[in-house]
Design a binder for this molecule. Structure first.
Ligand SMILES: Cc1cc2nc3c(=O)[nH]c(=O)nc-3n(C[C@H](O)[C@H](O)[C@H](O)COP(=O)(O)OP(=O)(O)OC[C@H]3O[C@@H](n4cnc5c(N)ncnc54)[C@H](O)[C@@H]3O)c2cc1C
Length: 534
């Protein structure tokens, strides 16, 4: 079987992601020939495209609980069929995909419930409380750190609370430049609704096509244009949340001194403190012009100095991404052309969006800084190519798994003075703990005045025990992040995967605070048990 033939169970409901691969089943791909040739130099390619169907564990939800769920949301929206449960099993990290390909459905929810509004969410939580059901809020299902994997021991069953029916644009305030969106809207759906008002959210993570507004808030997502528009948590001005003990409506003014900012408690709360049922965000006018450009740098250090200079002089473009030498050599900024001739040194992609005059002025200022610091303009083509191919990389990951090459990403952030140390430490940990042939690539993915995020892509031989191999390497890399003064995650969130390291980042008092909040809002521990809170 080739990558493009790898089958999804048929028929798949429209818009659903492939259960064992990323994204649109029709867009599945095989490896481009140049990429295959390059990989053969490093890896032993083998046919691993076959997928086991697997058997779902029997649904354990008691009949009385199922009847109450039907009363809460309507019988049509309580789903216990095989496909619905499969499609709501875990997220889309590489270990998630490896398990799905092996037919491991042990984390499948017992039932999928689809509320239409906050009142129905509240009713579902009430049923969960009465029958002691675990509730996993499901947005786009693109989680990569185990945030959709609930611990099931001790519960009468696991409910996947799917927000797919909550997709309205609730309000637009063109004077204040805010919009209120329901959580189940995927990135393109939200953008399309805002575009009708000439507005954009400007949040474009690589998972944009499937991830949702609620998921962005619940994980503190960061997008490819976050240098210009701000990361998602910085866009949020208001949140409505349903918790097991009642509702909150947060964000009554652009800023407030009314005690600690409770919105921050729910941003990044990964479904553990409540269900986010509406998000009010800052919006911008749709840009009417854009300029994308590639820049070449002699070294990663030189490029890093340049992005820092942009950030600290208030000249950040909308998009800025700097690949290290290895990533540049592999041309990973252009997933459709990996292995094609590439820039020596390091490639930086710079994108500037806005009205034509603003783009022209900002571009001139950015060009002046980058030229002065030793950069070489490579023209618009590398920038445009990156923009064109930027949502393709996850499809390539499936094609690589099909030939026995495990590809996974991990990310961290630190202050500028520590970027070089963190980069070296994480790379060394990965290289040391992955036994077979391995490539470790990195780029600066997000920049701030005070520091930057480093995003690593690792390719290694899948071998006989890929899950164990990756778990050990990821643990070593996360240890290295902590020891080298970085955060355990800049935008992928904690989930179940990073939870063992959270105390090392926030300390025992921080853990006490999180546990106290959890106890106050979710006293029966129903929401995403085992996720986030140590
Ligand atoms: C190929 C790929 C590329 C990615 N690229 C990026 C990237 O560029 N930037 C980035 O930040 N992340 C990225 N991610 C990670 C992921 O897309 C983000 O974490 C995203 O924000 C998750 O949104 P979702 O709607 O898919 O949430 P889900 O995966 O459905 O859920 C994630 C977590 O949030 C909780 N949750 C979801 N909705 C709600 C809600 N309404 N209320 C309360 N809790 C909720 C869930 O219970 C779960 O714990 C990527 C993932 C993949 C697979």
């Amino acid at each position: 079987m080739t990558g493009s033939e790898s089958a999804a169970p048929s028929p798949l409901p429209l818009g659903e992601m492939h259960p064992t691969r990323w994204g649109d089943p029709a867009a599945a791909t095989t490896l481009p020939e140049p990429t295959r040739g390059l990989l053969e130099l490093a890896f032993r390619l083998e046919d691993r495209a076959a997928v086991a169907e697997g058997v779902l564990p029997a649904s354990t939800v008691p009949a009385a609980a199922a009847a109450d769920l039907e009363a809460a949301v309507g019988a049509d929206h309580v789903l216990r069929d095989d496909l619905s449960r499969r499609l709501r099993t875990r997220g889309k990290s590489t270990p998630d995909l490896i398990r799905a390909r092996a037919g491991d459905l042990s984390d499948a929810p017992d039932v999928v419930v689809r509320p239409v509004d906050a009142a129905q969410v509240e009713a579902v939580l009430d049923v969960a409380r009465r029958h002691h059901l675990a509730v996993v809020t499901f947005g786009g299902g693109t989680a990569v750190t185990g945030g959709l994997v609930a611990q099931r021991e001790g519960y009468a069953g696991v409910v996947s609370l799917d927000l797919v029916r909550m997709k309205r644009l609730l309000a637009v305030d063109p004077v204040s430049m805010t919009a209120t969106l329901e959580p189940g809207l995927r990135g393109p759906e939200a953008e399309a609704l805002l575009a009708e008002h000439g507005l954009t959210l400007g949040h474009f993570p690589q998972s944009f096509e499937y991830a949702t507004i609620g998921g962005f808030a619940a994980t503190r997502s960061s997008g490819q244009s976050s240098a210009g528009y701000g990361r998602f948590d910085a866009l949020v001005v208001g949140l409505d949340v349903v918790t097991p003990v009642g509702q909150l409506h947060l964000g009554t003014a652009p800023a407030s001194a009314a005690g600690p900012d409770l919105r921050q408690l729910f941003l990044g709360s990964e479904g553990c403190f409540g269900v986010i049922t509406a998000v009010t965000v800052r919006v911008r006018h749709l840009p009417s012009a854009a300029a994308y450009e590639g820049w070449g740098w002699a070294s990663f250090a030189a490029g890093t100095t340049a992005v820092r200079a942009l950030a600290q002089s208030g000249l950040l473009p909308t998009v800025v991404r700097l690949s290290d030498e290895t990533e540049t050599a592999l041309n990973l900024a252009r997933p459709d052309q990996i292995g094609a001739a590439s820039t020596p040194g390091c490639l930086m992609v710079v994108g500037i969006e806005g009205d034509p005059e603003a783009v022209r002025t900002r571009r001139a200022a950015v060009t002046e800084v980058l030229t002065r610091l030793g950069g070489t303009s490579l023209g618009e083509e590398p920038g445009r190519a990156w923009e064109h191919g930027r949502y393709r990389a996850p499809y390539l990951r499936d094609a690589l798994l099909d030939v026995g090459v495990l590809v996974e990403t991990l990310e961290t952030a630190t202050f500028w003075s520590n970027v070089e140390r963190l980069h070296a430490a994480v790379r060394a940990a990965l290289e040391e703990h992955l036994p077979g042939p391995t490539m470790v690539l990195c780029h600066v993915s997000h920049v701030y005045e005070t520091g930057a995020s480093l995003y690593f892509t690792v390719a290694t031989q899948e071998g006989a025990t890929p899950l164990e191999t990756w778990r050990a390497a990821k643990a070593a890399a996360t240890d290295a992040m902590v020891e080298a003064g970085g955060t355990i995650t800049h935008h992928h969130a904690v989930g179940t995967d990073h939870r063992p390291w959270l105390e090392r980042e926030i300390g025992p008092v921080g853990v006490t605070v999180l546990r106290a909040v959890k106890q106050a809002l979710d006293p029966d521990g129903l929401l995403n048990p085992g996720v986030l809170v140590p």
